[in-house]
Write a new protein. Structure first.
Length: 727
């Protein structure tokens, strides 16, 4: 049964086509996902279906093996299965048959059933206005013998033979999102996170591309699993010539057990196609910016207290820091870890979410009122999902700690994990956080999560509990936002260990890394931008000497790096010299002037051949202006470095390019000035993208800014007939 007029569905959006075969009786198959095919007739789509059908060859089954969005072995598929599970060892393999297909505006819902397994399936497939494809599946147990244990749901999207390379990301604490590229050969490239959160090593986008594809070149296809717990992503190529990308939640043993009428819904799997990584990333950026809950107001400049005072909370010192923050132009002041009971270091107190009376005898009111009196918003750090064994909460409720087998998991940062699946623990956190948000004028929560989940057992039986933990986190955030809709929330997890579109449905930005070293941040922010637009990427100016690497960087390099994200400061400004504060204020003023562009424009990254010189920027949506950073990440082989291309501008428009203060200081091994630097130059967008401009010679770990603004067209001569006054 179907209300789809034609079983072959063709969607087009923003330069992308998706062609689906929903003709049944098998689950839908993707015939094409990639570049726009144009407006095609039904006959042409049928011809495409026939033309894509492979031959039956020796050594296989006696029929063509289809690749559905949820692959099944019953159809002959011998790669990674779409659904795994069983009923006490039986019903291990499904054979779903489509019963109904409904469609709307670039949306299809397919209902299928397997009577033998006693299961029904709902597959939802959508295409967004930005050309993203997303899909999810819901498995429901019918009346049958015994409980159905779900092992996993893996949704897939095919990629063509031309996708011969795989790009994914590794990472660790303080060095998140390290790109790694390799040939896309026969076999399975499997990326898993069993950390109970997205993970610093998560491949936030798993991509396949044509050989040598870059930011502005080649074709790339990528997937993202929108889930904040355990997950997996695969790139798989078979000996039969099929290549696919897929992903879903990684379920631990017994986490999802379905009784009659119970259902499991997978997270959304997003797919993005692009002519180069910038195009692929831009689809994610435009989708996120189009959400109703996406931050609309200008992103406030933040001062966070962590690297300024750590646990040394002293009201007089913090008031002075707030005064200094206001003087440099900050708009939000965030009190970090150390404000609650027993929290004089990181070995105690987590879970005791009451203001420490010994440090704050009048509560946080004196600080909050002073901050608000300066015209700044007041923010607060919390880590609700964690508990210190040395805390009143752990002593009162040891049964609320996630554990299994009668033993505690290994400690990390001297803390354990609070079981949100326990009704009492959940209710306690909701009450405490609600009370804090009600008692103080808190406009912002920095929500931290400082350890992986190990042996994350749910009490009282010790069953695996990561799935429930993730759902209850979402529920807690949703409820707090419903009660306090004006409060913004940052997702922080040992820095950037929870960066995904699941958490970003409920938060307003991510803390990209605990490392504020500007050189490391150039790398981390560059690749975080594969998924997220700049306004969601927390980027702070740290002190001159980074406490995580020991490197020393100039203020201009630190501030110029933070400029292209959600700008903040994490530095003891009271100890800074007057000239440093004055220089920082100039960078803050520049960010405020540019953030309308930076947080709405198109991110561009140039494929410059010298790895020691990076070029990135943001181009206004109407391409009227752009800001670029030229970044010397190391000592280049060549000096001077040659020309760099400035991409993304309107080809036929003329732009005036000039250095942009305060990012205009040339600091390099030169003996003569750069010819165009003083007076700027006027060039077409095509010339800037194809021929480029000579880059300045810079010492390593320096950067400069270039501003491009479209020139007004020359006035046309007045050729209209002369008009004479009447007599």
């Amino acid at each position: 049964m179907s209300d789809v007029a034609d079983p072959l569905v063709h969607w087009r959006a923003d330069g992308v086509s998706l062609v689906l075969d929903c003709g049944g009786p098998l689950l839908p198959r993707v015939l094409h996902w990639g570049a726009d095919l144009g407006d095609r007739s039904g006959a042409e789509l049928e011809a495409l279906r026939v033309a894509a059908m492979p031959q039956v060859v020796s050594g296989g089954i006696d029929a063509v093996v289809p690749l559905s969005v949820l692959p099944e072995q019953s159809a002959g598929w011998l790669g990674t299965p779409g659904l795994t599970g069983h009923r006490d060892g039986a019903a291990f393999s499904t054979a779903f048959r489509v019963e109904r297909v409904t469609s709307g505006d670039r949306r299809v819902a397919v209902v299928a059933r397997d009577p033998a397994a006693g299961l029904s399936l709902l597959v939802e497939i959508e295409m967004t206005a930005s050309g993203l494809v997303r899909q999810r599946a819901t498995v429901t147990a019918g009346e049958g013998a015994g409980t159905y244990v779900v092992g996993g749901v893996l949704l897939t999207l095919p990629v063509p033979a031309e996708a011969t390379e795989v790009l994914d990301f590794a990472g660790r604490h303080l060095r998140e999102r390290i790109p790694q590229r390799q040939p896309f050969t026969v076999g399975t490239r499997l990326r898993e996170s069993r950390r109970g959160r997205t993970g610093a090593d998560a491949s936030i986008v798993l991509a396949a591309g044509t050989a040598g594809s870059g930011f502005r070149s080649g074709e790339v296809w990528g997937v993202h699993v929108a889930w904040s717990g355990n997950h997996r992503a695969v790139a798989e190529r078979t000996a039969g010539g099929v290549a696919l990308l897929g992903g879903g939640e990684l379920l631990l043993a017994g986490e999802v057990r379905l009784g009659a009428g119970e259902a499991y819904a997978s997270p959304w799997l997003y797919g993005s196609y692009g002519h180069g990584l910038d195009d692929l990333s831009g689809r994610f950026h435009r989708y996120l910016r189009g959400r109703p809950g996406h931050p609309r107001s200008p992103r406030p400049v933040i001062v966070n207290t962590w690297e300024a005072v750590y646990f040394d909370h002293d009201l007089t010192r913090l008031l002075a820091l707030a005064d200094a923050a206001a003087r440099v132009g900050a708009e939000r002041f965030v009190l970090d870890d150390g404000w609650f009971r027993h929290r004089r270091d990181d070995r105690a107190g987590l879970g005791d979410w009451y203001v420490d009376e010994t440090v704050w005898p009048r509560g946080l009111h004196p600080l909050a009122e002073h901050v608000r009196g300066l015209g700044l918003e007041f923010g607060l750090w919390v880590e609700p999902e964690m508990v210190s064994p040395d805390s009143d909460l752990a002593r009162a409720h040891p049964e609320w700690i996630m554990a299994t087998g009668g033993r505690l998991p290994p400690a990390a940062r001297s803390q354990q994990v609070l079981d949100l699946g326990h009704a009492g623990a959940y209710a306690y956190l909701l009450e405490r956080l609600d009370a804090l948000l009600s008692a103080y004028p808190i406009g912002y929560l920095k929500w931290d999560h400082n350890r992986d989940l190990i042996e994350a057992g749910h009490s009282p039986g010790g069953q695996a509990g990561v799935h429930v933990q993730t759902l209850r986190l979402y529920a807690l955030l949703d409820e707090l936002r419903a009660r306090h809709p004006a409060v913004e929330i940052e997702s922080c997890a040992s820095g950037g260990s929870r960066v995904d579109l699941g958490i970003l449905e409920r938060t307003d930005r991510v803390w990209t890394s605990d490392c504020n070293d500007a050189l490391e941040r150039q790398h981390i922010q560059r690749w975080t931008g594969t998924l997220l637009p700049p306004e969601l990427i927390g980027a702070h100016v740290g002190p001159a000497v980074s406490h995580t690497t020991g490197r020393t960087h100039s203020l201009d390099f630190r501030a110029g790096t933070a400029l292209f994200g959600h700008f903040g400061i994490e530095w003891d400004l009271t100890a800074a010299a007057d000239e440093e504060r004055e220089r920082l204020a100039a960078w803050v003023a520049l960010h405020k002037r540019l953030r309308g562009l930076l947080h709405s424009g198109t991110v561009v990254r140039s494929d410059h051949p010298d790895p020691a010189l990076w070029v990135h920027g943001v181009v206004a949506a109407d391409r009227s202006e752009a800001v670029y950073a030229l970044v010397a990440t190391a000592t280049g082989v060549c000096s001077p470095p040659g020309r760099v291309r400035l991409p993304g501008l309107a080809s036929d428009a003329v732009y005036r390019i000039a250095p942009l203060p305060p990012g205009d200081r040339l600091d390099g091994p030169t003996r003569a000035p750069l010819a165009w630097w003083r007076d700027g130059a006027e060039l077409s967008g095509r010339a800037l993208a194809v021929a480029g401009v000579q880059a300045p010679a810079l010492f390593p770990e320096r950067l400069v800014l270039v501003h491009a603004r479209r020139s007004a067209p020359p006035a046309m001569p007045d050729r209209s007939p002369a008009v004479h006054p009447a007599h």
